[in-house]
Design a protein around this ligand. Structure first.
Ligand SMILES: Cc1cc2nc3c(=O)[nH]c(=O)nc-3n(C[C@H](O)[C@H](O)[C@H](O)COP(=O)(O)OP(=O)(O)OC[C@H]3O[C@@H](n4cnc5c(N)ncnc54)[C@H](O)[C@@H]3O)c2cc1C
Length: 378
């Protein structure tokens, strides 16, 4: 097949890779560059972990996500996954971590429970509240996102995928599988895949009410000298307890220490300048008061502003519109599934998987398509 892809983030690139491996002819249009610092897929790291609150479907899907990444590492000749282990802290009954524990029991994933004293002894970076407890898994860690996107782009170019950068798609004709660029040039194929990230509602008006582009910010900070070694050996911390969705990625593999919280997000314009707000770094750092030891001794280094789309219940979207497939795997948790989403989207486009069943699977609502057993997927 001849397939046109719009978007050079992890979703578009992974789909291109899965299709090109099967011998299809791909042209990928990216409005900026590959890697694209304005896209959601480019940051030093993104977290991958089995904890998924009460979303059983996504918890199960993480095993397939790891399998899909392993397949990419084999193709790249190197891995960009650092297994730090993952930690989630419960501070109130039935909170995110407590629900994740129940889901892990349902799915049958192994974990260890740590009490407050063990947490304090094992992780001197933390100031655990009396009576809190934590889930720990050995599996989980960071995906080195910017290196993955850069290597994947290079791999695709070597394999003959036609990647056109600086090409903004203005219009899509799903019936003819045709796109029109800003300058009026057109390109057509047997199918179009739209993986436009937070720009999706700008490109297809019917998604404007369904996915919301949101701005968020992450902070890179230096820990105090006496905690540097403890941080270097720390797991990713996916939940600190509380409702603000605070998390931390340790400084591994040349990356910085990243601190962020999901509740910081706000609806925004994806084309707006990516400037931090006044005192935004202090606001993000302040969220970790009472959670990290010696917080006043941390020094903020750099903020990264990023946009993602939020869909209802944070579920991924895969939809077919005539000869166009629209994929929006984000809601702030899509990178870990990037290689898998590309694989699944490619299979839907070529008809190997049915699109409705694949869509339910990627939305965490249904089993893997029957044909998936012949591939990488457990
Ligand atoms: C702050 C933050 C933290 C996150 N943390 C995690 C995490 O820890 N773990 C996790 O799993 N996920 C995380 N995510 C989510 C994850 O990064 C995204 O789900 C994923 O990167 C989305 O990939 P994408 O390819 O869909 O979008 P993008 O990477 O944004 O790619 C879309 C691309 O399409 C291009 N494009 C758009 N419109 C057009 C057009 N008209 N013509 C041509 N090109 C176009 C854009 O330029 C862009 O390069 C986080 C996201 C953010 C923002």
């Amino acid at each position: 097949m001849k397939i046109v892809i719009v978007g050079g983030g992890i979703a578009g690139l992974s789909t291109a890779w899965a299709l090109s491996r099967d011998g299809h002819q791909i042209t990928l249009f990216e409005q900026d560059s590959v890697p694209n610092p304005r896209g959601a897929s480019v940051d030093q790291h993104r977290l991958i972990r089995n904890f998924y609150s009460d979303q059983v479907g996504y918890c199960r899907l993480v095993a397939s996500a790891f399998a899909a990444w392993d397949q990419l590492w084999r193709a790249l000749g190197r891995s960009h996954y650092i297994e730090t282990g993952a930690l989630a802290i419960s501070t109130t009954p039935d909170d995110w971590t407590a629900r994740s524990r129940r889901t892990m029991d349902t799915v049958g994933f192994d974990y260890t429970v740590l009490d407050d004293a063990t947490l304090a002894a094992r992780y001197p970076i933390l100031t655990p509240a009396a009576g809190c407890w934590a889930l720990h898994t050995k599996r989980g860690g960071v995906l080195l996102a910017d290196r993955i996107v850069a290597d994947l782009g290079d791999l695709l170019r070597r394999e003959g995928v036609d990647i056109r950068v600086g090409c903004r798609v203005r219009d899509i004709d799903p019936a003819r599988a045709r796109i029109t660029l800003e300058d009026g040039t057109t390109a057509a194929g047997d199918a179009v895949v739209i993986a436009a990230g937070a720009w999706l509602p700008r490109l297809l008006a019917e998604f404007a009410g369904r996915v919301t582009p949101m701005r968020n910010a992450v902070l890179y900070a230096d820990p105090p000298q006496d905690l540097a070694a403890a941080w270097a050996g720390a797991p990713i911390i996916v939940d600190f307890g509380g409702e603000d969705d605070a998390y931390a990625a340790p400084p591994v593999a040349g990356c910085g220490l990243k601190l962020a919280y999901g509740a910081h997000r706000a609806a925004g314009d994806v084309e707006a300048p990516r400037e931090p707000w006044p005192d935004e770094a202090a606001a993000v750092l302040g969220r970790f008061a009472g959670r990290l030891r010696n917080l006043p001794d941390y020094s903020a280094q750099q903020m990264r502003i990023c946009f993602y789309t939020i869909a209802p219940e944070s579920r991924f979207i895969l939809e077919r519109l005539e000869q166009a497939w629209i994929v929006s795997a984000c809601s702030g948790h899509g990178f870990k599934f990037g290689a898998l989403v590309g694989h699944a989207t490619a299979a839907a486009v070529t008809g190997r998987y049915g699109t409705p069943q694949t869509a339910r699977w990627l939305a965490g609502l249904g089993p893997a398509p029957d044909a998936a057993s012949d591939l990488i997927l457990a």
